[in-house]
Design a protein around this ligand. Structure first.
Ligand code: PGA
Length: 259
């Protein structure tokens, strides 16, 4: 069974002190959730977040990396750098990076390769635009994005990639995709991966949904068969709301000592 992930994406929010306080407040609330909780914090706060989350089982991610190794790229950070301060994962190909920073599928592919080489888990984001949706182009848009991102990636590396389906029209808009749309798209994504690799690989990958997930709609979203978690932006900024979202994917049974 694919592992479940509940991932927070802070985007460009929270100064270092706020990241620390957030984690202090979140940890007791998520200690018995069954999914892997991941916090993608601003890169300048990775070190603080790692220190604060130590021993808790919560993983810290970067929101981006540069696709290059070391060199003259002023202002950028690479996979080895975020790994060296304790990040264990990285978000790659978020729609905001694709649209504001012109990230192409080829760049996304390079970033995935660099991240895997540095031992980082990739949260690979993709999704159709409103144009694609209106013009029945979802299947071809997703096929292009997934195929492009996975160029030269082997099937046995897919266990280190979480597929984050984020329809662009649902991100930060308050318009959440219906369960029917998510279910249909999950099948499509597994079909695309199956065509690139095989059925076993396709059935084992974790696929999460992102786009206007919040503490109110999560109960419904969590019911979707074959969905392996969520990637949350806006609602993740509040530790109470985010912990409610994490809880929706189940809690670990507490084992009590026999009398
Ligand atoms: P949102 O963002 O939850 O605010 O829609 C999701 C994302 O951008 O990953």
């Amino acid at each position: 069974m694919p592992k479940k992930y509940v991932i927070a994406n802070f985007k460009m929010n929270k100064v270092d002190k706020e990241v620390k306080t957030y984690i202090e407040q979140l940890l007791p609330k998520v200690e018995d959730v069954a999914s892997q909780v991941v916090l993608a914090v601003p890169s300048v706060s990775i070190k603080t977040a790692v220190k604060e989350a130590k021993g808790s089982g919560v993983n810290i991610a970067s929101q981006n990396i540069n696709e290059n190794g070391f060199g003259a790229f002023t202002g950028e950070v690479n996979a080895e750098m975020v790994s060296s301060v304790g990040a264990s994962a990285v978000i790659i190909g978020h729609s905001e990076r694709r649209s504001y920073f012109n990230e192409t599928d080829a760049i996304v592919n390079k970033k995935i390769q660099k991240a895997l080489k540095a031992g980082l888990m990739c949260v690979f984001c993709f999704g159709e635009s409103v144009y694609d949706k209106k013009n029945n182009l979802t299947e071809s848009a997703l096929t292009t994005q997934i195929t492009g991102a996975l160029n030269n990636i082997y099937g046995n590396e897919l266990g280190h990639i979480v597929f984050a389906y984020e329809p662009v029209w649902a991100i930060g808009t308050g318009v959440v995709a219906t369960n029917a749309v998510i279910e249909k798209t999950l099948k499509l994504i597994r079909k695309i991966i199956c065509n690139l690799y095989d059925e076993k690989v396709a059935n084992e990958v974790s696929i999460v949904y992102g786009g206007s997930v919040n503490e109110n709609n999560i109960k419904d979203i969590a019911k979707i068969a074959n969905l392996n978690g969520v990637l949350v932006g806006g609602a993740s900024l509040d530790p109470v709301k985010f912990s409610m979202i994490a809880e929706a994917f189940g809690k670990n049974q507490k084992t009590t000592a026999k009398k």
